[in-house]
Ligand binder design. Sequence first.
Ligand code: CP3
Length: 397
Amino acid sequence: MTTTAPSLPQNHPLVSGLTAEAPLLNQYRGGRSASGEPAAPRRRPVWFMRQAGRSLPEYRRLREGTTMLDACLNPEMAAEITCQPVRRHDVDAAIFFSDIVIPLRLAGVEVEIQPGVGPVLRSPVRTAADVAALPEIDEVAFAPITEAVQRTVEQLGSTPLIGFAGAPFTLAAYMVEGRPSRDHLGPRTMMHADPETWNALAGWAARASGAFMRAQLQAGASAAQLFDSWAGSLGREDYQAHVLPHSAAALDHVAGLGAPLVHFGTGTSEILDLMRTAGADVVGIDYRLSLQEATRRLGPQTPLQGNIDPAYLTADWPVLERHVRKVIDDGAQAAGHVLNLGHGVPPETDPQVLTRVVELIHSIDPAPAAEAAAGQPGAGGAGTGQAGAGPSAAEGA
Ligand code: CP3
């Protein structure tokens, strides 16, 4: 089942060439340029999930007096918040400031983000009738998203913007429960007790998320990430039978555009190989599994993203530095590797620590990882002295 995806417009930064050879995108393509030739890495790319938002004082000042979802739907504000962490940290990508429930709001579902709680729906979606009553999303409703993305990419120049959406399970989990939950019992019960209603709901969510990603990519995003934050609550059989086809359908909305796609979840170590088959190019790894083990499970051809443990961000610098170097070493066997956290930036993170982590990552020669991925024996890593890498000159710098 392939949706015919219209190609990107001529003035899109990937098509005009502005972002086409960005280090981030080369790593997402497994160390290859847009033409498919091996690309010598110029710098080691890094960005952080939830880099835009609460840890930045400039964000808190700007957001004062505006609700989360109103901020997302204000194109000027969303563009400014998206660019803040790029200016401050010199990260290799911007992640679009928005939320996974924005397509719900744009479809007319009454939802808000309660501070410190998360998404809350006025009426949870629990029965066949509830699902049948969901309004189908009209592409025209994405106008504020299109405008925010256009304003953002104008400011970003050659730094790629990453668009995103929630995967159908994660989105449906909020819709069925009506609010954040621990075990996601509601959606997990529905997929067994009433599979028809579950498939209708997850199918709706896949269309909403697929359209949300497509709107961002068409307007100027150079890559997209599907967040299945709660997929870790599923066993393999449930994931494969009731969730994977819907995630694949969401990704199918943006297949064939030439923009790399990333698939990320948390607690998903046991279903990584299944997630790999959903159609994304890159798999995001949370902090629970070493990247070496991820490569063993996914094969060396799969580019990886991750997996600095956010818990280290408040540790003493030498402890954090050692951890970052080990993550780089562990990722060296994969065809491509983009540094990121294993889950989002905790709100209390000191932004200066993030800037320092970016500086460290950029100071480490990006070439050895590529050599190691190409299978050259003895290729040095980032100098942890672990994973077979000899201590490098950069150690302790
Ligand atoms: O910097 C970025 O990553 C870009 C923007 C972004 C937000 N949410 C902004 C946001 C992205 C990519 C998301 C995705 C998202 N939203 C996910 C998947 C990623 C993940 O973290 O697992 C999920 C599950 C949501 C739903 C959601 N929205 C939650 C659980 C929360 C946190 C509630 C809280 O306050 O603790 C939100 C709110 C939210 N989304 C904030 C931001 C910056 C905080 C709002 C604020 O500043 O008041």
